[in-house]
Design a protein around this ligand. Structure first.
Ligand code: ADP
Length: 544
């Protein structure tokens, strides 16, 4: 059986380490006070003339106790702490038992001095301590009778002898039991602490290694944790340690400094949390684009204990997007200039030559149509690279614009075998850019026809109220899957099912629609189910 089970876990319970220093400390703190108390009792007893008959035994036991204490100070019993620790209080008990035996049976309470070593034994050495304590109690009760050669002559006198070991046993059992509970709790706590220490070490290492910056600022404003990536952000931002604001923090244009009160720590301190906000930090070639998120950290009791910050370096991505935009804008401009000239000269040819007479009217028509289409595509490209479309808003009656768009698509819908149902208005004044507004309707209606198979139907509806108007375009077409729905407003995105299919498109229409809608402070929503159909809803403020 495990020694710790037999002896109890003395090391753990008494919280001692097996070193000479700890050995001396334990003797000075526990054994010495005990010996001092016993010595006072001994001296008082001697002065009172108690223990005269067995004076040598009495003094011998006392001296024995002093010797035990002296030895306990110098003998390195901590090398076998459990045996050593068990021996000292046991010898203490034997010494007290001898002293109790030496005094007249009139003073049995002197034997109660064993209580301190009994408690130590029972508390620190489990059941071994309990057994030693019970034996010690019995010794204290029996020894006075043995050395006087007396025997209990009645049940009552037997009980009188037995009462001391019984009391000592009960006390020791209670303490041993309490000690076993303490030990169990202690062990559990140690296991839990070790586990949480390990977890903490793993988390800290992972956080430190990540290229995503993380930081935690407590409710008192103290920075409790930052990882290497976040410390780099702080360094680049030249954060002032007092104001916690960076002097090199810029808005999305990369040059406008972000005022301290709009920087992340100040905002979060006001309870203004945010998700993936773009900041530029640092100067020149060292400037980095960061997406910062600030979230409250809620403790187990449900109260806020601080703020967690996460920063993600998106410089490469931002540079790549910018390069793509620049490329698109450059190419579109390069293509538009010669095309404008081609279209211009086509008009000159049309005006100056009788194309029909010389038999090129069909060819000329085709060239003109394709040139115009090419011009429209280039226009789309230019539109899509310009996120901040400049509008020419004015108050117009939007009903005729809607009607025109619907009429324009009607022929195409008929050709595609798709029915078109329209709920229209008579008159409704709103502040819109008429050309851009028509572009939104054209795109949504064209898509509805494009992505609805023959036999399907489209419903366009315009509803108005005092402050806003809503346009919904619903079709019974192919529908869009939930995953693809998230991307349909992305530039150049075309869903899996239409890619490589017969339906033409560049994936730009909805991106332009979204730009226009946003520029009007309006919203566009889409609901769709694969194989069932799609509904686009545009809500625009009336703006008058
Ligand atoms: P495209 O030129 O491809 O039509 P859009 O930007 O207009 O480009 O649309 C993007 C993608 O969204 C389309 O390729 C298509 O997959 C999907 N989509 C748009 N409108 C509809 C619709 N009414 N029904 C089903 N899919 C649609």
């Amino acid at each position: 059986m495990n020694r710790a089970v037999i002896f109890g876990d003395a090391l753990r319970t008494l919280n001692i380490r097996p070193t000479p220093k700890y050995r001396r400390r334990i003797i000075v703190r526990a054994q010495l006070p005990f010996v001092i108390i016993v010595s006072i009792v001994v001296l008082a007893a001697l002065a009172a003339g108690v223990g005269q008959n067995y004076r040598d035994l009495f003094l011998g036991a006392w001296v024995g106790l002093l010797v035990i204490t002296g030895l306990a100070l110098i003998v390195p019993w901590e090398r076998d702490l459990q045996v050593g620790g068990l021996t000292i209080p046991t010898l203490d008990i034997v010494a007290i038992a001898l002293m109790a035996a030496a005094v007249e049976p009139r003073y049995p309470t002197i034997g109660l001095l064993i209580l301190l070593p009994v408690l130590v034994l029972a508390y620190a050495f489990g059941w071994a301590g309990f057994v030693a304590a019970v034996l010690g109690g019995s010794l204290v009760a029996a020894l006075p009778l043995i050395i006087r050669n007396l025997q209990p002559y009645s049940i009552a006198s037997f009980l009188q002898v037995a009462i001391t070991p019984i009391n000592v046993a009960l006390l020791a059992a209670g303490v041993a039991f309490a000690s076993s509970i303490v030990q169990r709790i202690q062990r559990k706590l140690e296991v839990a602490t070790a586990a949480s220490d390990n977890e903490r070490a793993v988390i800290l290492t992972v956080l430190e290694t990540m290229d995503v910056g993380t930081a935690f600022v407590s409710e008192t404003g103290a920075t409790a944790f930052t990882n290497a990536a976040f410390r780099d952000v702080v360094k680049r931002s030249r954060v002032d340690p007092v104001s916690r604001a960076g002097t090199r923090v810029y808005a999305t244009d990369r040059v406008t400094p972000v005022p301290p009160e709009h920087q992340m720590v100040a905002q979060a301190a006001r309870g203004d949390y945010f998700e993936s906000r773009l900041y530029w930090v640092g100067d020149g070639a060292e400037q980095r684009a960061l997406l910062i998120t600030a979230r409250p950290v809620i403790g187990p009791a449900g109260d806020k204990i601080g703020t967690a910050f996460v920063s993600k370096d998106v410089t490469d991505l931002t540079d790549a997007i910018r390069a793509r935009e620049d490329f698109l804008a450059g190419v579109s401009h390069e293509l538009r200039t010669p095309l404008t000239s081609i279209i211009g000269y086509l008009e000159v040819i049309e005006d100056s030559v009788d194309a029909k007479a010389i038999g090129i009217d069909r060819e000329l028509g085709i060239i003109q149509r394709n040139s115009n289409q090419l011009m429209m595509r280039i226009g789309d490209l230019l539109n899509v690279t310009d996120e901040h479309i400049s509008l020419h808003r004015r108050i117009v009656d939007i009903c005729p614009i809607v009607k025109q768009s619907v009429d324009a698509i009607r022929f195409r819908a008929e050709n595609a075998g798709v029915s078109l149902e329209v709920t229209m208005c008579d008159e409704f004044a709103a502040s819109v850019d008429p050309g851009r507004f028509a572009q939104v309707l054209d795109n949504l209606l064209t898509n509805a026809v494009k992505y609805t198979p023959r036999g399907g139907s489209i419903r366009a509806e315009l509803s108005t109220d005092a402050t806003e108007f809503t346009i919904t375009v619903t079709d019974t077409g192919t529908g869009i899957s939930a995953t693809e729905l998230r991307h349909i407003f992305d530039r150049f995105y075309r869903s899996e099912s239409v890619r490589g299919g017969g339906v033409s498109g560049a994936g730009l229409g909805l991106a332009i629609v979204q730009n226009i809608v946003r520029a009007h402070d309006a919203t566009i929503d889409v609901e769709s189910e694969l194989g069932v159909g799609t509904t686009f809803t545009v809500r625009m403020p009336r703006g008058v």
